[in-house]
Design a protein around this ligand. Structure first.
Ligand code: CTP
Length: 382
């Protein structure tokens, strides 16, 4: 049997990037031979084995044929006669279809090296369209490798569009869509992920609410710019997500986020972002009144549940900063307001009623008294 390193590990090493995970393909072996060599079988749908020592994944070389719709509609064919070239051919992109043998020699039948040098994401063969997830994967690679200057081959984008228009993307499980989205949000230029999904008509299939928002002017451009600003600031995933979808209303957010089963850390921040932006914009063009109006400030902190959820409030400040910068507010003014809001949160959180105060008050009056003390603290804020 021959063993080759394949996929992301070869690609990333050639790009000079750190390699996280190594996948191997094995040619000329049977499951029995693998188990005899000490490998442990895993894989539910096709034969994958874990190396006895490194525990790295070793898959038998295989052909994949489509038998139905959706990503479960596959039959996989493996046999000791499947060649390395055949296995590489069913892969998504040419840059992911390069194999490396133990002595370092590369097998590159589909021009992956040339595309790596030319910075092109290009599909290997028409078999690309057998897996609709690949549309999202290409968008994610476009976002991740954007800083290196990668773009998508026109013929690949055309194929992606055709796949979207066939309606196949709606067969993807919400978990898989969200997984790609979450990975894409963490990249250097996450806005590229969404622009590629739009350009390939995929966003309307997997996130129609967001697609509609991004089509609106100027909201779409602002949402995209807010995501860009949040990513450039190195913000966490939930902050980036909320910066992007914060302008969707409650119903749209709820439809989108429950369908994709977006984790709470993301969805809650998006909901708070929308709620607070409505509160802050009500009747005001500028948010400067928050610098002077203690009542408004407390209302905002209460609406954000900022005293109980201090960390989430801090995250929201990041979303707020990104969104207001994207909307054209001067950065210095945003920074001043954010630092004011942070101070206000700290001052309110520091208010504690002592024992004698608590004893002197009838139960129902305690909350009102606490609120009064917090207002007092906000009025005294320097
Ligand atoms: N692959 C594919 N189609 C998919 C998923 C994977 O063709 N839908 C192939 C590609 O050759 C890919 C390899 O399987 O390189 C390994 O897949 P995976 O580990 O998911 O991705 P990587 O390319 O290694 O990228 P990442 O760095 O994101 O893990």
């Amino acid at each position: 049997m021959q063993v080759y390193l394949v996929g992301g590990a070869v690609r990333d090493a050639l790009l000079g990037l750190p390699v996280k995970e190594r996948d191997w393909v094995v040619v000329g072996a049977t499951p029995q031979a693998m188990e005899a060599a000490g490998f442990r079988a895993v894989g539910r749908d096709f034969p994958v084995f874990l190396h006895p020592e490194t525990h790295e994944e070793h898959a038998l070389a295989r052909l994949e044929r489509k038998t139905g719709s959706g990503y479960r509609g596959f039959s996989t064919e493996f046999s000791p006669h499947v060649t390395l070239e055949e296995d590489l051919r069913r892969r998504d992109l040419t840059i992911n279809a390069i194999a490396q043998s133990a002595d370092g020699a590369l097998t590159d039948p589909y021009g992956g090296l040339a595309d790596l040098h030319a910075r092109i994401l290009r599909h290997v063969s028409p078999a690309f369209s057998e897996d609709p997830l690949r549309v999202l994967r290409v968008a994610r690679f476009a976002a991740r490798f954007a800083p290196l200057g990668f773009s998508i081959a026109p013929e690949t984008l055309t194929l992606m569009k055709r796949m979207s228009e066939s309606g196949e993307l709606t067969t993807l499980s919400p978990e898989r869509v969200w997984r790609e989205t979450e990975l894409a949000l963490a990249t250097g230029q996450p806005e590229r992920f969404f622009s590629v999904l739009r350009a390939s008509a995929a966003l309307a299939q997997v996130m129609p609410e967001l697609d509609a928002l991004l089509q609106k002017s100027p909201q779409g451009a602002i949402a995209t710019a807010a995501l860009h600003v949040a990513a450039a600031a190195g913000a966490e995933g939930p902050v980036r997500w909320a910066a992007l979808v914060g302008d969707l209303d409650e119903n749209e957010q709820s439809a989108l986020q429950s369908r994709l089963r977006v984790p709470n850390a993301y969805s809650e921040l998006a909901i708070v972002t929308h709620r607070l932006s409505r509160l802050m914009n009500a009747g005001h063009h500028s948010h400067d009144h928050l610098l002077t109006d203690a009542g408004k400030l407390l209302e905002l902190l209460e609406s954000a549940d900022a005293l109980r959820r201090a960390e989430r409030f801090e995250a929201w400040l990041g979303v707020y900063a990104a969104r207001t910068e994207a909307a054209g507010q001067p950065v210095q003014r945003i920074a001043a307001l954010c630092s004011r809001l942070k101070k206000a949160q700290k001052a309110c959180a520091a208010v504690k009623l002592d024992k004698s105060e608590l004893e002197a008050l009838p139960g129902p009056a305690i909350a009102a008294h606490l609120r009064e003390r917090r207002l007092q603290a906000l009025r005294e804020l320097k």
